[in-house]
Design a protein around this ligand. Sequence first.
Ligand code: NAD
Ligand code: ZN
Length: 379
Amino acid sequence: MSTTGQIIRCKAAVAWEAGKPLVMEEVEVAPPQKHEVRIKILFTSLCHTDVYFWEAKGQTPLFPRIFGHEAGGIVESVGEGVTDLQPGDHVLPVFTGECGDCRHCHSEESNMCDLLRINTERGVMIHDGESRFSINGKPIHHFVGTSTFSEYTVVHSGQVAKINPDAPLDKVCIVSCGLSTGLGATLNVAKPKKGQSVAIFGLGAVGLAAAEGARIAGASRVIGVDLNPKRFDEAKKFGVTEFVNPKDHDKPVQQVIAEMTDGGVDRSVECTGSVQAMIQAFECVHDGWGVAVLVGVPSKDDAFKSHPMNFLNERTLKGTFFGNYKPKTDIPGIVEMYMNKELELEKFITHTVPFSEINKAFDYMLKGESIRCIITMGA
Ligand code: NAD
Ligand code: ZN
């Protein structure tokens, strides 16, 4: 029986309070409205950003809320005006979007869509300012327009990438966020040439994805920098060839790296969120041609300080959001890279849990044990 136009009752993992375990609830999911699609989620994974907003230490708490933004699923039904997606399409919802109409979407250089750029404060749909989730008539907030910790969710069609239906959703679901962010930071922004050296600051999921980008680009040396030595073992699988722990050295990391590389690395990618690491990542690139790319999200009051001479000596500093990928236009191509065996995803997936045990995924991440934990819906 078709569920089109009907309310769907299904399971969702609801965060009722900051930092408290999610609770499995039966929720009602309203049909998609104008420019929206309703998606049956098959796999989702946990990212640091979910944990960060669930802990709600640094921002306005918005509860009850359904988190989740890395996922893969199948379109169940589409709302008015949706022409590029139809029931049955295999899709990845994305936390940021591409309306196709704004100046950013028209620019080849930008992915910062005016309409659908990430908004962590909004817990409702843009179309009517209402939530599509409820329990006994009480609305539950959305998270970054995706809310994938639910068997069904409603997403703006501009935040939905249609992908190859042959792609295994339990693997490619991680392409929705962290993987693309790091990969794109290297491939689209740092753009190392074959044989060049790359330093990666921060070897979490984003940094390891940046390392995967360096491998794909044919970098000769990939130097991993992290304060946590436990990260080094894992990083070897990602083609990181040398390691620097700033704590092991009396001199600044910039100097350590300059000595290792005859004056500096060709490219660096910062994936820590630490402003010190951002400055180090910039100052460790070679003069004349070095390019540093910032990915990590700093604290509110941070300020970046470096001597202007570092710029005059022909070093370049850039920053990137979501690896400069346009969600609808570019994400299907990353899935194809995986299908063509150019991109390896399996090594990012360290854990798998059934949906009913979603809180375990939080434990693995909080203990720093997981890179990515896949959550299987309907299990
Ligand atoms: P993570 O916490 O798993 O990894 C960060 C790593 O950095 C850790 O291993 C930590 O030990 C290391 N680190 C911290 N300070 C350091 C320092 N001073 N020097 C060297 N290493 C240091 O985080 P993640 O999920 O991989 O995300 C990395 C960053 O990327 C975060 O700041 C996140 O908010 C950001 N992010 C940015 C975007 C974007 O579009 N720009 C998207 C997603 C995530
Ligand atoms: Zn736009």
